[in-house]
Design a protein around this ligand. Structure first.
Ligand code: GLN
Length: 487
């Protein structure tokens, strides 16, 4: 049996039951990393030695007849903006090269407690700014379904690692779509939890009012397990909710019959890829066959979402990224003669072009005299966007939309046109602005063989409901698992 074909749920059960050893499972994944990584390049760091040591510790625990955790022996990939103590954490930026995390993120702490094994840190668009992982300062990650195409972004490495079965689960962050869009491009499940459900302590901040950590998985059951482990209150994150993951996952089991699904008319627009639209509509029809009631709804302020996001996110980024000053972390310009020169030279050499663009946009929007016209106004529009969702959720339980207007595109297709790149997130951004729950699941393949993602959006803390609908689809229309590795 190829152990990399097992889901996280299956691995944990087998390791706990003694049918497979954690070392054996981790070795199988590391072997797959060895074969595929030269083509895919999902990882910034592969943690071969520490993963094997951690797996050995899990097996010894079992030998001592101690109770094993819920993720015993499950190999996990972690986006390289989440801190893992003692391990280099770069955000795929030159400015953090060499920086070693001084502590574990809360999600890492909780995963370790359940005996998970960290197999590596994954590539991302620098500081999570981008939609293709091409903004990484180090190298590009390829889409395992077609290595001429991008894996999406910014959590492209995490999505590719799970799709190529180099890890059973991965974690990423989603500020405007960075879990859902790469999940859709790579044919895996990606969940953006409700704002506040998962602690961001130990996540290097991009835009704090939008950032959420969430899982990538090959099944909805794995995504639910991952959320139940990492979710829940954390006093170290002031935005952390009091809700438990069990409360959010309520409704996971149950019927589809009578579930009200809304199709927002603003999300089915001219210009979107016809194959994507057809596949999403077919998935919705499948849910209808299972007894769901489908209705048209409207989210009238949707067209302002991208514009609003590109004021709010860069503004918060310009403030969050001020801490990378050449004094405290990573790179420091050696030739500088004054404090100001240290700042200038370090930030000039350390940040890539997209990060600089965002810092400039954000600093401008926040500057005196412009604040009300830009940031203040964007916050007001954000409220209108959130209210659109509240209205829609009076009539329906969940919304179904495409995750992204297209399937994965080729390297270089959008790098010279930032606006075209930004539009890749046109359907995912509104959910971050509103702070509600959303996810992407694979719903089909294009004629060229690239995955298409269906996005489900629900009210805050409706993760159980989303995963129930997704699980029903997964059962009705099983998605092919990537066997060839890559093409
Ligand atoms: N692609 C969007 C951006 O570039 C979203 C990124 C994210 O969710 N981290 O900002």
């Amino acid at each position: 049996m190829d152990l990399t074909e097992l889901t996280a749920v299956e691995i944990a059960a087998k390791v706990a039951g003694g049918q497979a050893g954690a070392v054996e499972v981790v070795k199988a994944h590391l072997a797959r990393v060895k074969t595929l990584e030269p083509k895919i390049k999902a990882f910034v760091t592969v943690l071969e030695d520490s993963a094997l040591r951690a797996a050995q510790a899990v097996d010894s625990k079992r030998a001592r007849k101690e109770k094993l955790g819920r993720l015993a022996g499950v190999p996990i990939a972690l986006k390289d903006n989440i801190l893992l103590e003692g391990v280099e954490t770069t955000c795929s930026s030159k400015i953090l090269k060499g920086y070693r995390a001084a502590y574990d993120a809360t999600v890492v702490e909780r995963l370790k407690r359940e005996d998970a094994v960290f197999i590596g840190k994954t590539n991302l668009d620098e500081f999570a700014m981008g939609s293709s992982t091409e903004n990484s300062a180090f190298f590009k990650t390829a889409n395992p379904w077609d290595t001429n195409c991008v894996p999406g972004g910014s959590s492209g490495g995490s999505a590719a690692a799970v799709a190529a079965r180099m890890a059973a689960l991965a974690f990423g962050s989603d500020t405007g779509g960075s879990i859902r869009q790469p999940a859709s491009f790579c044919g895996v499940v990606g969940l953006k939890p409700t704002y506040g459900l998962v602690s961001r302590y130990g996540l290097i901040a991009f835009a704090s009012s939008l950032d959420q950590i969430g899982p990538f998985a090959r099944t909805t059951a794995d995504a639910a397990l991952a959320l139940s482990v990492v979710g829940g209150h954390d006093p170290r994150d002031t935005t952390s909710s009091q809700k438990s993951p069990d409360e959010a996952l309520e409704g996971l089991e149950g019927q589809i019959k009578g579930l009200r699904i809304g199709l927002p008319k603003e999300y089915f627009i001219p210009g979107m890829d016809a194959e994507v639209e057809a596949s999403v509509r077919a998935a919705v029809d499948e849910l209808k066959k299972l007894g769901a009631v489908v209705k048209d709804v409207s989210l009238p302020h949707s067209s302002y979402a991208v514009g609003t996001y590109y004021i709010v996110a860069p503004s918060e980024a310009s403030s969050n990224l001020a801490r990378f000053d050449g004094i405290r972390y990573g790179l420091s310009a050696p030739e500088a003669r004054s404090l100001e020169e240290v700042y200038e030279a370090t930030r000039g050499a350390g940040f890539g072009p997209e990060v600089k663009r965002r810092i400039m946009l954000g600093t401008y929007a926040l500057s005196s005299g412009y604040y009300d016209a830009y940031y203040g106004k964007a916050q007001r529009v954000r409220t209108l966007i959130a209210r659109d969702f509240d209205e829609a959720f009076k009539a329906v339980d969940v919304l179904a939309t495409p995750t992204s207007p297209t399937a994965a595109f080729r390297f270089g297709a959008k790098t010279s046109d930032p606006l075209a790149m930004y539009l890749s997130d046109v359907f995912t951004i509104p959910s971050n602005l509103a702070g509600n729950a959303s996810m992407s699941l694979p719903c089909g393949l294009t004629k060229r063989g690239l995955p298409i993602g269906l996005q489900l959006i629900g009210p805050a803390f409706s993760e159980g409901l989303l995963l129930r609908a997704a699980g029903a689809l997964e059962k009705a229309k099983p998605f092919p698992i990537l066997n060839a590795g890559c093409s």
